[in-house]
Design a binder for this molecule. Structure first.
Ligand code: PLP
Length: 386
C-alpha cells in the first residue's frame, strides 16, 4: 500500500502522456513552448481568474508573488507556523520577516482572530499582546496556507487585510481543486500560488507551479519576474527577477493529467467520505473538520491522536500491517533552527505545537481501494476502547 499512488494514475493515461511528450520532442521548444500557454489558459479558466503564470515550483510561485509586491527588508509578512518550510522561507529570502500566527485547532489553518492580535501587537511593538519575532518590521501582507487541501477562512482573513491595508497571498500548494463559497482555490486572494510537485493533488513529473491573479498589473509583473525581470524584450531588464519558468515537458504532462483531474477530485472526496464515516465513531482519533461552504482537495487525510505516545503506537501498528503513514509537520516553523534569529520560543504557538505532536496522515489518493480503506480503518480501531 502507498500513501499516494502515482502509478495507478499513470497506468490510466500513459498513452496520452507519451503522446504529449513526443509532441514536445518533435517541436523542440523546450522553454516556453506552446504547451505552457495552453496549460495556463486551461487552469486559468478552471480557477475562474483573469491570469495564470506558470512557474518552476510552488516555492517560486510564492517567491514571485512576494516579489511582485516588492517585499523586502523592513517588511513583515504574517503566516502560519504549521506548514512546509517553503511558505516562510520565501519571506526571509527577500530579507523580510515572517511573523507567525497560530492555527485554528479544528482546521489547522491560520486563526483570523489571532491574525488580528498579531497585527495589533506588531503595530504597537508589544510582544506581551502576542508573541512577536525579535526583528522589527512593518506589516505588509499575509500568506494564508490551505493546509492538507482545505481553504482558510478567506472572508475573515481578507476583512482583516482590508482594514490593515495588507495584501493576501494564498498558499494553495496543497489545495488546487478545493472550493470556498463555490469559488475555486487559487482565486481566493490577491494572488493564488500552487505547486505541481508530483505528490500534490495536480502533480507533474518534476517540479512546477503556477500563480493566479485577477490583477492585470500584478500579472504583468509576475510574467516579468519569471523571466529575469524582462521588459519589452528578453534583453531589456526592468527589474530583478529569477529563472522561474515551467518546463514545456512538464506542461505537456500536466495537460494530460488535467483531463482527468476533476474526476480525481471527486474520487478523493469519496475516499475521504468513506474514511470519515468509518472513523467518526472511533472515539480517540479526531477526523478532519470541513466547515460549511468549503471543500478540501484532500492532499492529505490527517488524523489527530490523543498525544505523541499514542500516535507512535498507532503508526507502529499500521506499519506492521504494511500501511504507510506520515507526519505533516513534526516541527512547527518557529522552532526550526533556520528561523532561530527570529527569537521565537516553545510555547509561543501552542496549537501548532500540540498539533505537530498529535497529527498523522494515512494513505489518500484517487485510486485508493475500498478494501484497503477497510483494512486501514480496522487496524486504526484496534486497541481502542469503545
Ligand atoms: C509543497 C508546498 C510548497 C512548495 O511547493 P514546491 O513545488 O515543492 O516548491 C509550499 N507550500 C506548501 C504548503 C506546500 O505543501
Amino acid at each position: 500500500m502507498k500513501l499516494i499512488d502515482l502509478e495507478a494514475q499513470q497506468a490510466r493515461i500513459r498513452g496520452h502522456i507519451d503522446h504529449n511528450i513526443r509532441r514536445v520532442l518533435d517541436h523542440g521548444q523546450y522553454i516556453m513552448g506552446p504547451e505552457v500557454q495552453t496549460l495556463e489558459e486551461r487552469l486559468r479558466a478552471y480557477v475562474g481568474v483573469k491570469h495564470a503564470i506558470a512557474c518552476a515550483s510552488g516555492t517560486d510561485a510564492l517567491l514571485m508573488g512576494l516579489m511582485a509586491y516588492g517585499v523586502g527588508p523592513g517588511d513583515a509578512v504574517l503566516t502560519s507556523p504549521f506548514t512546509f518550510i517553503a511558505t516562510a522561507e520565501v519571506i526571509r529570502i527577500l530579507g523580510a520577516v515572517p511573523v507567525f500566527v497560530d492555527i485554528d485547532p479544528r482546521t489547522f489553518n491560520m486563526d483570523p482572530a489571532k491574525l488580528e492580535m498579531a497585527i495589533t501587537a506588531l503595530r504597537s511593538g508589544k510582544p506581551q499582546q502576542y508573541p512577536l519575532p525579535r526583528l522589527s518590521a512593518v506589516p505588509r501582507g499575509i500568506i494564508a496556507v490551505n493546509l492538507f487541501g482545505l481553504p482558510c477562512d478567506y472572508e475573515a482573513i481578507r476583512a482583516v487585510a482590508r482594514q490593515n491595508n495588507l495584501f493576501v497571498i494564498e498558499d494553495a500548494a496543497q489545495s488546487f481543486g478545493a472550493e470556498y463559497q463555490k469559488k475555486k482555490s487559487c482565486g481566493l486572494a490577491d494572488i493564488g500560488c500552487t505547486s505541481f510537485f508530483p505528490a500534490k493533488p495536480l502533480g507533474c513529473y518534476g517540479d512546477g507551479g503556477m500563480c493566479f491573479t485577477d490583477d492585470d498589473d500584478l500579472a504583468q509583473k509576475l510574467d516579468s519576474i519569471r523571466t529575469h525581470g524582462k521588459g519589452s524584450h528578453k534583453y531589456d531588464n526592468v527589474r530583478i527577477g529569477i529563472n522561474g519558468r515551467l518546463d514545456t515537458l512538464q506542461a505537456a504532462i500536466l495537460l494530460a493529467k488535467f483531463e482527468i483531474f476533476a474526476e480525481e477530485v471527486l474520487l478523493r472526496h469519496k475516499a475521504a467520505q468513506r474514511y470519515s464515516e468509518g472513523l467518526r465513531s472511533s472515539g480517540r482519533l479526531s477526523i478532519p473538520f470541513i466547515p460549511d461552504g468549503r471543500t478540501s482537495a484532500w492532499a492529505q487525510y490527517s488524523l489527530l491522536a490523543q498525544n505523541e505516545r499514542q500516535r507512535a503506537q498507532i503508526q507502529d501498528r499500521l506499519k506492521m500491517a504494511d500501511i504507510p503513514t506520515a507526519v505533516y509537520y513534526p516541527r512547527p516553523l518557529h522552532l526550526q533552527s533556520a528561523f532561530a534569529e527570529l527569537g521565537y520560543a516553545a510555547g509561543d504557538f501552542p496549537v501548532s505545537e500540540t498539533s505537530s505532536q498529535r497529527i498523522f496522515s494515512i494513505p489518500m489518493h484517487p485510486y485508493l481501494a475500498t478494501e484497503d480503506q477497510r483494512k486501514i480503518m480496522e487496524t486504526l480501531s484496534l486497541g481502542q476502547p469503545g
